[in-house]
Design a binder for this molecule. Structure first.
Ligand code: DGI
Ligand code: FE
Ligand code: FE
Ligand code: FE
Length: 187
């Protein structure tokens, strides 16, 4: 499937403001790929698809998680996590994406994971810092991203974890693992 067709089909899956976010993630991912030496085309493709399942009904995401053998432990955590692995499944099944780097970057864009690849880091960080994002700490993340993918991403996970603590929500273990692992890799 070519780039324009992919963009049109993803756009049709979501409200206008989420498409605007997606375009912001595409642009940011391409910039970060240039800055940190990743394949910009792959980063852009992962960005286009990363939130493709974000507005699917919960029941539809749950059915795919159960029927397609995606990690069932997700079902015991915040539903906001589900669109990432479901999105990777949909990218492969419905958009014909075969590249594991792209699929994994989509799969782990929300939770993170241990030993994140360069592509995982770029897509996850672009999602945090695209120009439309406005949350406490986003300016610091953008500043850190000038020099360090890892420091910026840690700052992003810090803000997500703080938010989840404040809300009294469970924290998915992969997010903790991702942050711990990134902390070991800096300085
Ligand atoms: O889909 P987006 O809104 O663009 O961003 P995202 O895919 O990073 O989703 C972030 C949401 O997921 C955010 O509101 C926090 C929520 N969330 C719930 N539980 C967890 C979690 N995020 C992480 N990283 N880890 C969790 O355990
Ligand atoms: Fe997302
Ligand atoms: Fe994210
Ligand atoms: Fe997103």
């Amino acid at each position: 499937m070519n780039r324009n067709e992919m963009m049109a089909r993803v756009k049709a899956e979501m409200p206008e403001r989420r498409w605007t976010h997606t375009v912001g993630v595409m642009e940011t991912a391409v910039i970060l790929a240039g800055r940190f030496g990743a394949d910009a085309e792959k980063a852009e493709q992962a960005a286009i698809l990363h939130d493709v399942a974000k507005y699917w009904p919960t029941s539809r995401m749950e059915a795919i998680i159960r029927e397609e053998g995606l990690p069932g432990d997700l079902l015991a955590y915040d539903k906001e996590l589900w669109h990432a692995p479901v999105g990777a499944f949909v990218a492969k099944r419905d958009f014909g994406v075969d590249d594991i780097e792209i699929l994994d970057a989509i799969r782990f864009h929300t939770s993170g994971r241990e030993r994140m690849t360069l592509m995982d880091k770029i897509v996850c960080l672009a999602d945090y810092m695209e120009p439309g994002r406005d949350f406490p700490g986003v300016h610091k993340i953008r500043e850190l991203a000038e020099h360090s993918l890892e420091k910026a991403l840690i700052s992003g996970f810090d803000s997500t974890i703080s938010y989840l603590l404040q809300q009294g929500k469970r924290i998915y273990p992969l997010t903790i693992a991702a942050r711990n692992d990134l902390l070991l890799t800096i300085r």
